[in-house]
Design a protein around this ligand. Structure first.
Ligand code: CMC
Length: 430
């Protein structure tokens, strides 16, 4: 039998029994839904530090031990042995695919990569120097106006085809965002290329000459996309779930997820890390920036450091750090001053009492931008790259939520601290 907690008001003696719901791994959760109904009180947890907002069987994180698993499989194994579309299948369907299932899935994704011709015109409406994330939010949001045939969220087939469309079209939209900013022709996808190769083709080829994506770049992208594919109830995924809980269509929900991802505390960190490294410029300036990060009167934070859940190393950062060595050895003969600077910054921070006490370690985004830079991806596209990969996680969570028979609208409450009731005062009497 599950444990029962009794919550008692020490002043009045009034109490309520709350059930503890066990998890298959990780902390159990106290069921508090009856709290308001039976006692008229709310739970207060700003930032959801101690709140499980839903049940989910997709991704597991143990932040104290640096563990990340997709559907039970350790991230290290998936990073070494799998590829992005296989991981996408796993996250969405819950099991690794058979050979036939995987090739059928790849075939479907490849055949949904084109965007409507009229949709390409949308890009012209954006200013040439618009941030690609702002373009992406708008264009992905517009997908629902092109696909009226699949907006019934209660129809499993509609949900499935919307999921395929989003995963398939995201690289096409992302590359088009870049091409627009570079004033180059938007390229069509090529069905003979794999997911990552196709993205590189749409980013870097032009109609003027043939382009063959580099295998090192394809492998690096595959790995980065696997690492970014899902991370349980992070801010953007929770945003997608919250938007979707009202019955909004999946394209609108994913657009809201992209908006949430953009912030520098979340997916925007990879862009912010590169900007920060450029600003630091040289190892001789590291101490100055570490001092700024520790100064409570200075808003500067060491970008790419710290994580709400990981209080030990971020396993994704460990994998990417290793990959940085491999990719930079091959692409830049190991010569990359930015990487050298990042390694030194990490070394200094990890020895500093401030970072040790607060358990602040490099996160996934401390190193991802260095690889994107080595692949010639422009800095303002870094968060867009994150969005391509995370779309799979968003789709998996949205689908899990909608398929749940107990799903209802998410409606948090508040601890009201505003004015008590008062009477309106005419303007000439104020
Ligand atoms: N530099 C300096 N101090 C920091 C940092 C940092 N990067 N991160 C946290 N702290 C301090 C913070 O000031 C606080 O100190 P104190 O207890 O003295 O007030 C303490 O550490 C705890 O920080 P917090 O803000 O309460 O932690 P949080 O869980 O709310 O925030 C975070 C997590 C990731 C938003 C934060 O660590 C941060 O802003 N990091 C930099 C941005 C970043 O790299 N984000 C990417 C996250 S990983 C990619 C993803 O999944 O989105």
């Amino acid at each position: 039998m599950a444990d029962i907690f009794t919550l008692t008001n020490k002043t009045t003696g009034d109490s309520i029994d709350l059930n503890l719901r066990e998890a298959t791994a990780g902390p159990a959760a106290l069921e508090i839904s009856a709290l308001y109904k039976e006692k008229g009180i709310l739970a207060f947890d700003p930032g959801f530090v101690s709140t499980a907002s839903c049940e989910s069987a997709i991704t597991y994180i143990d932040g104290d031990h640096g563990i990340l698993r997709y559907r039970g499989y350790p991230i290290e194994q998936l990073a070494e042995k799998s590829n992005f579309l296989e991981v996408a299948y796993l996250l969405i369907h819950g099991e690794l695919p058979s050979t036939e299932e995987l090739s059928a899935f790849e075939e479907i994704i490849v055949h949904h990569t084109m965007i409507k011709e009229t949709m390409r015109n949308l890009f012209d409406g954006f200013h040439y120097n618009a941030h690609p994330m702002s373009v992406m939010i708008g264009v992905v949001g517009s997908l629902s106006s092109f696909y009226h045939d699949s907006l019934d969220i209660h129809d499993p087939r509609h949900r499935e085809i919307s999921a395929h469309r989003m995963i398939a079209k995201m690289p096409t939209i992302a590359a088009a965002c870049y091409k627009h900013s570079a004033s180059e022709p938007i390229m069509y996808p090529q069905n003979n290329l794999d997911y990552c190769g196709n993205f590189l083709h749409m980013m870097f080829s032009t109609p003027c000459e043939p382009y063959v994506p580099d295998q090192i770049a394809i492998d690096a992208l595959n790995l980065l996309f696997i690492l970014h594919a899902d991370h349980e109830q992070n801010a953007s995924t929770s945003t997608v779930r919250l938007a979707g809980s009202s019955g909004a269509n999946p394209f609108a929900c994913i657009a809201s997820g992209i908006a949430s991802l953009w912030g520098p505390a979340h997916g925007g960190a990879n862009e912010a890390v590169l900007t920060m490294l450029e600003e630091i410029g040289d190892v001789s300036n590291i101490d100055k920036y570490i001092a700024r990060a520790k100064d409570k009167n200075d808003p500067f934070r060491l970008m790419g450091f710290g994580h709400r859940v990981y209080r030990n190393f971020d396993p994704r950062a460990t994998i990417i750090r290793k990959m940085c060595h491999e990719v930079l050895d091959k692409l830049a003969d190991g010569n990359n001053p930015m990487f050298e600077l990042a390694l030194k910054l990490e070394e200094v921070a990890l020895k500093d009492e401030y970072f040790i006490q607060r358990k602040l370690y490099p996160n996934v985004d401390f190193y991802s931008g260095i690889i994107y830079r080595a692949l010639n991806i422009p800095t303002d596209m870094f968060t867009v790259m994150f969005a391509i990969a995370r779309t799979v996680g968003w789709v998996a969570h949205w689908s899990e939520m909608i398929a749940d028979p107990q799903q209802r609208i998410s409606r948090p409450r508040q601890l009201y601290t505003g004015a008590r009731e008062r009477n309106y005062v005419p303007i000439d009497k104020r």
